[in-house]
Design a protein around this ligand. Structure first.
Ligand code: ADP
Length: 169
């Protein structure tokens, strides 16, 4: 079974096989963790994202899906870009958020990654309530069969860290 660990910090600083990016469907960068990953990782990541758009995702990467690129100057081997759903009061998009974690682990398995770091997908600019986002993250990772040995949630602030600690139980 996968080992789930939590740390508070900046995901661009962690040494793991693969770092997951809460990207947007354009794959061309954005704010939050996406901006930080491109800034710290350098132009190699954006170049690989542009190539993926041109070859496979002309209309953008669909919500809930994941793709990998090299990690540029980050202390990781790969970045796995996944597109979280925007929070909606009217519509239950939990399956799409769970899909981000499942698909990212599937891509990690394809890469042969043993250690994977996740941010709290959708809980920033996309507005997902933190407690619910943490519950979905932990449950999905625990329920997904994978060859990944460690999933490390890297939470940016104390509030997010506390929410994941509560969800971990
Ligand atoms: P989304 O658009 O999916 O909501 P954001 O990047 O806005 O993505 O936020 C997702 C989560 O990532 C938020 O909890 C935010 O606080 C956190 N975050 C932002 N920058 C970093 C970083 N450098 N490392 C880890 N987490 C980060």
């Amino acid at each position: 079974m996968v080992r789930v660990t939590l740390v508070q910090g900046d995901i661009t600083e962690v040494s793991v096989d693969a770092v997951v990016n809460a990207a947007n469907s354009s794959l061309l960068g954005g704010g939050g963790v996406d901006g930080a990953i491109h800034r710290r990782g350098g132009p190699e990541i954006l170049a690989a994202c542009r190539a993926l758009r041109a070859s496979h995702y002309g209309k953008g990467l669909p919500t809930g899906r994941a793709v990998a690129t090299p990690a540029g100057r980050l202390p990781a081997r790969w970045v796995i870009h996944t597109v979280g759903p925007v929070w909606s009061r009217e519509e239950d998009r939990s399956d799409l958020l769970a899909s981000c974690y499942r698909e990212s682990l599937r891509v990690a398995d394809e890469l042969g990654a043993r250690t994977v770091a996740f941010p709290a997908i959708s809980t920033g600019i996309y507005g997902w309530p933190l407690a619910d986002g943490a519950r979905i993250a932990i449950e999905t990772v625990r329920d997904t069969p994978t060859g990944v040995e460690e999933v490390r949630f890297v939470l940016f602030d104390e509030r997010a860290h506390a929410a994941f600690e509560a969800a971990l139980g």
